[in-house]
Design a protein around this ligand. Structure first.
Ligand SMILES: Nc1ncnc2c1ncn2[C@@H]1O[C@H](COP(=O)(O)OP(=O)(O)OP(=O)(O)O)[C@@H](O)[C@H]1O
Ligand SMILES: [Mg+2]
Length: 268
């Protein structure tokens, strides 16, 4: 095997810091490695020689840093979606009918295999009337994905389009704004269709660029849509976009009543 500089970059810091003295020592006592490859193998295996508590401390430190990173990723998602959604988990979604049970089960299946689904670029599309918990469910899956180390960006359709509009004539290259929606492992997009009326040509173009880019790169999109049917989704988003979103997706019609209630009803 040819030894490259990339091999030595993989060596743990503590092993590398001992590198020069190790090679000096081998030349002194004649017990040194005969090839560069053997020398690298010896360096890489040095963590085995670390006292157990030193290894444990390093592992603890790495784990704490990883937990802190994930916590920060979740905090930043909640900041963009809104505090109302902080407690959204698949486990906190109340089930009152068979349709809810079926959608929850399909999202659980996705969440249980989130590594495979994200790597395969599998989308989630939830559509239906207002207040049915579409965002709650999508954010519940996002919580699991962040726990597995994936990056999740959230946009609602209107703020995505507004960001582009505000930049017209500005100095930010458009590709930088697009990148915010195309680079993260997962894009969670709430309501890309406007509450009333059609997408403008400009909005449709932006959406097309984001959806098509992510589709090509096999990066999943999790979309919640406030529409009454698949036909309405096609009519309002455009058939090409819906076709890409639907390809291999976990696809769910949330047709039950709104969870939102006046305070007097909720207290009953
Ligand atoms: N089955 C449920 N169990 C617990 N909470 C729910 C349920 N359904 C909805 N909610 C809560 O109701 C609120 C509204 O839900 P959410 O925003 O997810 O609905 P939506 O379908 O995305 O609505 P819209 O189409 O209007 O955007 C949220 O606070 C959510 O946590
Ligand atoms: Mg919503």
């Amino acid at each position: 095997m040819a030894t490259t500089s990339a091999d030595s970059m993989m060596a743990p810091d503590n092993a590398m810091s001992r590198g020069p003295s190790a090679s000096t020592r081998t030349s002194e006592n004649g017990d040194g490695p005969r090839t560069l490859e053997e020398a690298c193998q010896r360096l890489l295996s040095r963590t085995d020689e670390m006292p157990a508590d030193e290894v444990d401390r390093k592992a603890d430190g790495d784990k704490r840093a990883e937990v802190a990173r994930k916590r920060e990723a979740w905090r930043s998602l909640v900041l963009s979606v809104g505090r109302r959604y902080e407690a959204c988990r698949l486990e906190t979604f109340e089930v009152g009918n068979e349709e809810q049970r079926a959608i929850l089960a399909s999202l659980r299946a996705y969440a249980d295999n989130v590594d495979r689904h994200v790597k395969a670029g599998d989308n989630i599309v939830l559509f239906g009337p207002p207040g049915t918990g579409k965002d709650h469910l999508a954010i519940g899956v996002a919580y699991v994905a962040i726990g597995r180390g994936f990056s999740v960006a959230w946009f609602d359709g209107q703020s995505l389009y507004q960001e582009f509009r505000d930049n017209i004539g500005g100095d930010r290259p458009e590709r930088d704004i697009i990148a915010r929606a195309t680079r993260p492992d997962i894009l969670l997009l709430s309501d890309p269709v406007p509450p009333r009326g059609e997408l403008t040509d400009y909005q449709a173009t932006i959406l097309w660029r984001v959806v098509d880019r992510r589709y090509r790169d096999m990066r999943p999109m999790w979309i919640t849509l406030n529409v009454a049917s698949g036909q309405e989704a096609s009519a309002r988003l455009g058939a090409g976009i819906v076709d890409r979103l639907r390809d291999g997706a976990t696809y769910g019609w949330c047709g039950w009543g709104s969870y939102r209630k006046p305070g007097s009803e909720r207290d009953r």
